[in-house]
Ligand binder design. Structure first.
Ligand SMILES: Cc1cc2nc3c(=O)[nH]c(=O)nc-3n(C[C@H](O)[C@H](O)[C@H](O)COP(=O)(O)OP(=O)(O)OC[C@H]3O[C@@H](n4cnc5c(N)ncnc54)[C@H](O)[C@@H]3O)c2cc1C
Ligand SMILES: NC(=O)c1ccc[n+]([C@@H]2O[C@H](COP(=O)([O-])OP(=O)(O)OC[C@H]3O[C@@H](n4cnc5c(N)ncnc54)[C@H](OP(=O)(O)O)[C@@H]3O)[C@@H](O)[C@H]2O)c1
Ligand SMILES: Cc1cc2nc3c(=O)[nH]c(=O)nc-3n(C[C@H](O)[C@H](O)[C@H](O)COP(=O)(O)O)c2cc1C
Length: 764
């Protein structure tokens, strides 16, 4: 207040205070009389409620509003940094897309923050700073729970998709049981950075591994496998694993890949936590697969929980208790989002293919996603038109493709399903096949936009006997409860025998299932996502590029057989190829999508000085046509001594299915093929096979192998022929001058295989 300096100042003060007093009296009286009696009890009640934490205090309200603003900021920062959706480093996972489709981690953090003080450098933090700190900590903890550092790897080594399908089930069951889709990571081995197999990244690994070729790793594992075999010391120390091996005991290198992988995992310090299961195609895979899956999921979760101090993971509760059936395979979650295009948007796509028919790679490098469309130059039918079996020789034009190949290589063909089958499935589903879609992530080899018809024709396996996980999805799509229950029963523990009879032996295709369960009407997108991918088929090259310039030849036998239920089945690729052959015969231009599958071992030796013994009945003789032409080419350019060449070939009847008769006869007549032995199996009462012809020459063959270091090549049927021929080779070594014991003959052949002197290209 300013000091009084005069009388006027004093008078003025009195006047102002009188006015204030009058004003106070005018406002204060009604306030005291009417408002206070109501406001005071209300204020008292409010005070009590605040004290009891039943309503927020004005201060808390103010802080909450500040917190909300700060939280929004943190969310925005989080989104900018993208840290919440970062996949496990070092692995290209199949589930990365799920993070996009599912609830965002940031969204889950939006809980009311607690207002507490924290301490920094001995000085308590209060208010907004403490609040922000606290929020960040909460957010980090939540993110860690949702996207923990330590994950479970579910990996697969798969050539034709079986191991992949099993791994998907294991992955889904772990995710379901532990209540987080982010803890298990599903990946093909080649997509796993081997250096992430460490206790702090992937302390738990469950893997399913198959072999292909002659004990070789599948394509999706080959590079990981090679890296793994080069590793030493205890680089996998702290990693715990369980492995399911898939194989076929008809192959002499039975379970080669899973066994080698397990051995190497252990030698690198990893610890096995469950049964080393091996499922053999000969006995049927189902029983072992189901048993391992159930036990492996439990074992992995138990270990993971112990390692990370997590709780939960009630595996027993899963498997369809709700539906009343025990042991059901997991209902796999939908991973991919489909966006349907309007008729206008899909217009240009309807007739579109998955890849450009004009694609040319400068290095001649093609693959299933970008194949070369090779023009069919000519076809020749080996078998008479009225014969029960069809064998076709086909010549492709490679000019301008930059593809190079060696005799012994194989190539992949991307086949199409029967148009009739696709048409029937579309009309059963009531779907317009020209409807187009895009997907939220890559689905098999589908390149979008794609029409439903193209997806079913080019990308989905419609004919292999359906796996249990597919049947589970189909069961859920049944309108009739009775049909659903019947399907569920068949894939439950109780329905094991039914599954074996109706599915594994009956070999129904998708349409057969629909006809048996007519209320089953899955959505097109469910089918496209859950049907296994249509696998490329491989064929052995039967030409030599030095002799057949700009061309590549092959021969195929058309697969046709009757199932135990009397259904006639047609092989997908060979039936499609035989229809294309008809079109070529009618003068039409036909092109087929192909890519090379070079063979590392099945190659003609560079030197022709060593003898070569080739054994290949049926279409298994194909690579030996290429070998023989190549050998004659090398012979024409070289002055070195030439080793003997032997070919053991077998077919049913010289007048019916004698493949490449002209070529081999001519090469033999010119002494470019020294010995040409043919077993005609059906020209007499008793079967005569290639191994009988080998028996006739056992002494000579023994000498060639043991004394002249001959190469032995076997190609064709891996189920019976390759096994019988292997046995014959053992016998020959035992009866040779060296008189080996059966076990030393076995190890001699093993050593020959290791040294690349006994090489097989076999298939079942
Ligand atoms: C490296 C390699 C090289 C190959 N080279 C050649 C070659 O040069 N020529 C050639 O013709 N093939 C060759 N094959 C086989 C070829 O890849 C295909 O598997 C074959 O052509 C059949 O394909 P598909 O689509 O017509 O039959 P799919 O539709 O695949 O049907 C074949 C399936 O039908 C079932 N099946 C077949 N016959 C019967 C039966 N009698 N009873 C019950 N079930 C049966 C089996 O499950 C079989 O796997 C090769 C395979 C490999 C791996
Ligand atoms: N993935 C597939 O579906 C597929 C596709 C093509 C070929 N293959 C397999 O590959 C093989 C070759 O097929 P293909 O059609 O070209 O020829 P194939 O006509 O089935 O067989 C060629 C010759 O081999 C004989 N043979 C049968 N069993 C034998 C054995 N254990 N040891 C030696 N020879 C035996 C046959 O005799 P008999 O017939 O008189 O007994 C015939 O004379 C077949 O065994 C077939 O299973 C499989
Ligand atoms: C061409 C071919 C080669 C095979 N080679 C072997 C082998 O050498 N050893 C073996 O145990 N099984 C072999 N098998 C059997 C597969 O490993 C078995 O069928 C497995 O279930 C396939 O799994 P996938 O579909 O995941 O590739 C072979 C199968 C095929 C078709």
């Amino acid at each position: 207040m300013a000091p009084l300096s005069s009388v006027d100042d004093f008078v003025d003060l009195v006047k102002r205070n009188t006015l204030a007093s009058v004003l106070c009296a005018l406002v204060g009286f009604p306030l005291a009389c009417f408002v206070l009696p109501i406001a005071a009890p209300l204020a008292l009640v409010y005070y009590v409620l605040v004290q009891q934490n039943m309503v927020p205090s004005p201060l808390a309200l103010q802080r909450q509003s500040a917190a909300k603003a700060a939280e929004t900021k943190v969310e925005e920062e989080g989104k900018k940094a993208g840290s919440d959706t970062t996949p496990a480093s070092g692995v290209k996972t199949e589930s990365e897309g799920k993070a996009k489709a599912g609830a965002s981690v940031v969204g889950k953090v939006a809980q009311r923050p607690q207002v507490e003080s924290s301490v920094e450098g001995g000085r308590p933090l209060t208010g907004g700073v403490a609040l922000l700190r606290r929020m960040r900590e909460q957010k980090a903890a939540q993110a860690k729970r949702d996207n923990p550092d330590k994950k479970i790897l579910v990996a697969y080594a798969s050539q034709t998709g079986t191991a992949h399908e099993i791994a998907k089930v294991v992955h889904a069951q772990i995710a379901e049981s532990c209540g987080s889709a982010k803890i298990p990571v599903l990946a093909a081995f080649n997509d796993v950075d081997i250096d992430t197999l460490r206790a702090d990244k992937f302390p738990l690994v469950a893997f399913v591994a198959a072999s292909t070729g002659d004990g070789d790793p599948p394509d999706n594992t080959a590079s990981f496998y090679a890296k793994m075999l080069r590793k030493s010391d205890d680089e996998f120390k702290g990693v715990k694993y369980t492995c399911l091996g898939l194989g076929d005991s008809n192959y002499t290198r039975f379970m080669a890949v899973p066994r080698n992988m397990r051995k190497k995992f252990q030698s690198l310090g990893a610890e096995n936590i469950y049964w080393d299961a091996e499922a053999d195609e000969v006995d049927g895979l189902e029983e072992t697969v189901d048993k391992w899956t159930e036990g492996a999921v439990k074992a992995v979760l138990k270990e993971y929980n112990a390692l990370t101090n997590r709780s939960g993971g009630n595996v027993e509760a899963k498997g369809g208790k709700d539906s009343g059936f025990l042991g059901l395979p997991a209902l796999l979650p939908r991973r991919v989002q489909f966006t349907w295009l309007s008729a206008k948007e899909g217009e240009g796509v309807k007739k579109g293919l998955r890849f450009s028919r004009d694609h040319v790679d400068g290095r001649g490098s093609y693959g299933p996603l970008a194949p070369y469309f090779a023009k069919v130059k000519s076809v020749k039918r080996v078998t008479p038109a009225d014969y029960e079996k069809q064998i076709i020789h086909m010549e492709l034009c490679l000019e301008g493709s930059n593809i190079s190949y060696k005799p012994g290589d194989a190539f992949g063909v991307l086949p199409e399903n029967s148009a009739d089958l696709v048409g029937k499935i579309l009309s059963y589903l009531g779907e317009d096949g020209s409807k187009c879609f895009t997907t939220s992530e890559q689905l098999n080899s589908i390149q979008t936009p794609c029409s439903i018809k193209d997806a079913l024709s080019l990308h989905c396996d419609l004919t292999s006997p359906p796996k249990k996980t597919l049947l589970r999805m189909l069961a859920e799509s049944c309108g009739e409860e009775k049909e659903k229950a019947s399907l569920l029963e068949m894939i439950s523990t109780a329905g094991k025998e039914r599954y074996r009879k109706e599915i594994l032996e009956g070999q129904p295709n998708l349409l057969d299932i629909f006809q048996a369960y007519p209320s089953c009407k899955p959505h097109a997108e469910d089918l496209i996502e859950f049907l296994p991918a249509l696998a490329p088929r491989e064929y052995s090259v039967s030409s030599a590029s030095q002799v057949h310039t700009g061309e590549m030849h092959f021969a195929f036998s058309v697969v046709e057989y009757e199932t135990v239920k009397g259904r006639v089945r047609h092989g997908v690729a060979t039936t499609w190829l035989s229809k294309l052959a008809e079109e070529v015969e009618q003068g039409k231009t036909v092109r087929i999508p192909i890519f090379m599958r070079p063979s590392k071992e099945f190659q003609h030796p560079e030197s022709i000085s060593k003898p070569i013994i080739m054994i290949g009945p049926g279409t298994g003789v194909s690579p030996f046509r290429g070998f023989s032409h190549y050998r004659s080419f090398l012979q024409s350019r070289s002055k070195q001594d030439v080793g003997e060449s032997w070919l053991f070939y077998g077919c049913r009847d010289r007048t019916k299915d004698f493949l490449y008769e002209e070529d081999f006869t001519e090469l033999h007549e010119k002494s470019l093929l020294n010995h040409y032995e043919i077993a005609f199996s059906r020209e007499q009462a008793e079967k005569v096979y290639v191994q009988h012809k080998m028996q006739d020459h056992q002494e000579k063959l023994g000498k060639l192998i043991l004394e002249k270091e001959a190469y032995v090549f076997v190609c064709g049927d891996g189920l019976h022929m390759a096994k019988d021929v292997h046995k014959k080779l053992e016998d020959i070594l035992c009866t040779s001058d060296a008189a080996m014991t059966p076990s030393s003959a076995k190890s001699y052949l093993q050593d020959m295989q290791k040294g690349g002197r006994y090489v097989r290209d076999i298939w079942s």
